[in-house]
Design a protein around this ligand. Structure first.
Ligand SMILES: C[S@@+](CC[C@H](N)C(=O)[O-])C[C@H]1O[C@@H](n2cnc3c(N)ncnc32)[C@H](O)[C@@H]1O
Length: 199
């Protein structure tokens, strides 16, 4: 049976029109995070949960005109905002569930995912689906333009030991899903976990 994504779609549909205006200072952090993926000209990269496509220009700049950039998101309104912002020129936008990608196995060199992991209904299998579409040795960046503690404070909650993105939880979760965590940064101004596709 298909997952019910109604809640996620309603949440982001309500925020799509002013998503970029709410976080106007995030641009440089996206550029730095994309640089950490180590993309080369000609590479194929997916922005999973691309939203309004804030990472797409930096991804396109990294892979060049001969590369492939795909932005996938569940929420049509976020993709519509991406098009209005002119980001459709940086990559192909598709409405798709990151847990069921319409892509062949191993076709990508990398996946970039900003603000996605906390919204996944089954993080283990969903990260395994991201691993499926990436070639062995390819890369994953799990990014957020603020760190875990700052994000929790923004939402008025406290961080718990069970937090999915805490390193002791994330490392084994990634390992079970076809990824090896290679770098982990959680500071006020950013969260960035990098992983390499195993197998
Ligand atoms: C916090 S927003 C981040 C958007 C964008 N990456 C950014 O940083 O501006 C999370 C996005 O993930 C999308 N999303 C959530 N679950 C998803 C899934 N299973 N597959 C694809 N997109 C998903 C939402 O629709 C939303 O646009």
């Amino acid at each position: 049976m298909a997952d019910d994504h109604t809640h996620v779609q309603e949440f982001f549909t309500a925020r799509a029109a002013d998503w970029d205006a709410r976080f106007p200072e995030d641009g440089p952090a996206f550029v730095t995070a994309v640089a950490a993926l180590g993309l080369r000209p000609g590479d194929a990269v997916l922005d999973a949960g691309c939203g309004t496509g804030r990472a797409l220009p930096a991804l396109r700049a990294a892979v060049g005109p001969g590369g492939a950039v795909l932005g996938a998101d569940l929420t049509a309104a976020m993709l519509e905002s991406a098009v209005r912002a002119g980001r459709g020129g940086s990559g192909l936008l598709i409405q798709a569930d990151a847990a069921r990608l319409p892509l062949r196995t191993g076709v990508l060199d990398a996946v970039f995912a900003a603000g996605l992991i906390s919204h996944l209904s089954r993080p283990g299998p969903d990260l395994a689906e991201l691993a499926r579409v990436v070639r062995p040795g390819g890369s994953l960046a799990l990014f957020h333009p603020v760190g875990r503690a700052a994000l929790a404070a923004r939402h008025g909650r406290r961080l718990t030991d069970g937090d999915l993105r805490a390193e002791p939880n994330l490392r084994p979760l990634l390992a079970r899903s076809g990824w090896h965590l290679t770098s982990y940064v959680d500071e006020t101004s950013r969260f960035l976990a990098l992983a390499e596709r195993t197998g």
